[in-house]
Design a protein around this ligand. Sequence first.
Ligand code: PLP
Length: 394
Amino acid sequence: MKLSHRITHITGGGSDGWDVFYKARRMIADGVPVTELTIGEHDIRTSPDILGAMHAAAVGGHTGYAMVPGTHDLRKTVAARIASRTGVPTTADNILITPGGQAALFAAHTAVCDPGDTAVYIDPYYATYPGTIRGSSAVPKALITTPDTAFQPTCKALIETTAGATSLLVNTPNNPTGVVYSAQTLQAICDACITNDLWLISDEVYDTQVWDGTHISPRSLPGMAERTLVVGSMSKSHAMTGSRVGWICGPEGAIDQLINLATHTTYGVPGFIQDAADFALNQGDAVEEAVAAPFRRRRMLTMQALEGQNLVRAVPAQGAMYVMLDMRATGMSGEGFANALLDAEQIAVMPGESFGQAAAGHVRVAMTIADDKYVDALSRLIAFASAKASQTSD
Ligand code: PLP
């Protein structure tokens, strides 16, 4: 039987730079001790306190259908958190609780794009972006950034690429680059949205992981609250990736329609998960800082490991759990380097090419293993790069 074009074309064909990842997974399954620096998953698990709250809620009976928009308590807590961090008046009516940020990204595009509408995203990008847009029946269009601007989109590129589009998707702090957008970049994003009459979909799932500068939510800039859907998640801030709980924050009218979409798709998020999320958010900033602390520390360790050589350079890592390394001086592609590193040193990193064409010649390192093992892996990566560079120049 024929399946829809929409579902069979969510991902493009051919090699997309994920071969290295799958090869590493096969090696691990075969018992090879691979040092895994690929996926954005903490090396700690969800805290026992949060699991305790989840257990108490489940045993207490919160296991039936939950309210589709989210429980009133969690919606209120998320709204208060956003209002206090951004200064934008926000109530429970501005919030839809979703099964994670990924579902929120899909719902947000479905809410604002009609089939065939152009939805712009920024390359390098989080791997699911183009497929999420295609899945919502819109047409993805990449705005290609360059390493010279630390992968931040320029004013000119924003205006030109988004002309005629319906939406623009941005992500700061950024996966895969670790870059936090500057105030100027955010202003240019807002100017493009207003000039070209776009919806802004602002993926802020790493908002608690900022090492340098501050996170500014573009919804807080003048004229933006009525045209912005913010995507948030408990995955990264509270090490709750498996709980699948996140949200969309936006204008009430859009949230009303998104609730209707949720009624016909997810039918909400389990009540005991929402109670645990509400408990977690009410523990305050210290808990979020503790979850972020290992990445803050390892980002410093990365800078130290790279000192004293200039073959492997880091893109300024200001946030999120990744560091993007520029390998172009080795003369190898990101994919070539990542493959060779996996074969020779059993260290798995993601080729920049997995995240679009802008990050070609780079590799993304997830800072997600214990400090001593992490430092050891980096020093082996640098030594391997310099051996490869001298072979290429021989
Ligand atoms: N957005 C970005 C940039 C991500 O890196 C991720 C996950 O890695 C997500 C969204 C989805 O997160 P989740 O669905 O776990 O909330």
